[in-house]
Design a protein around this ligand. Sequence first.
Ligand code: HEM
Length: 189
Amino acid sequence: MAWLRATVARFAYGEVHVRRREFVEAELARIDVAGLRPVGRVGVVRALAGAMGLPELDEAAVGALLVVAANYFGGEDPAADDAVRLLLPLMGSDAEQAANRIGILVQACDATAALIEGVREFGDVHAALRFAPPVRVMRRVALVATRVGDVEIPAGEVVELEVGALGLAFGYGPRVCPGRAVAMALAGA
Ligand code: HEM
């Protein structure tokens, strides 16, 4: 799990982030989700994996993905290490690309399932994003001491940014969600 976190775009910065992010964007650009109408996070993960040309994910693989998703942003569950081991051979031979494919599926599952639920409740994607944004906060670790407005932020501090309330449901800037178009298409359908 520690290796996975150290190898995905999500937790990298600078040039390494740019390189991994390019891979993620290219991977998502070649996906065709027309005609897919997944329900729930299991449906989302299976539909995306299929569209990415990965081998069909059986129950064990889907379960492993959900365990990784639950531990992605922290946690020491040893089951997550086993889950990464189970998933890696399904994701292709290049280790960095394989890790980032897992990253794509993990990032997609809960947020997209929540967006689909929101569409059911509020009628369309735009209303869902407005009234029930699936991601409410983004977290950052300050690499150096800095100041934002009146707030002093020491190096190493974890900072939470409330994006949902600002209408930035897919984030903003160099790390804006690369899955936006795919998620909108899936939830719209
Ligand atoms: C097909 C579905 C999705 C995929 C494949 C996906 C993929 C990703 C990936 C790989 C990142 C990390 C980007 C980076 O670090 O450069 C990311 C970030 C993000 N995603 Fe998505 N995502 C999906 C759905 C969603 C949905 C439905 C939402 C909310 C409406 C969402 C909100 C965000 C936000 C706010 C970030 C930025 C997080 C941060 O920087 O802290 N994503 N997404």
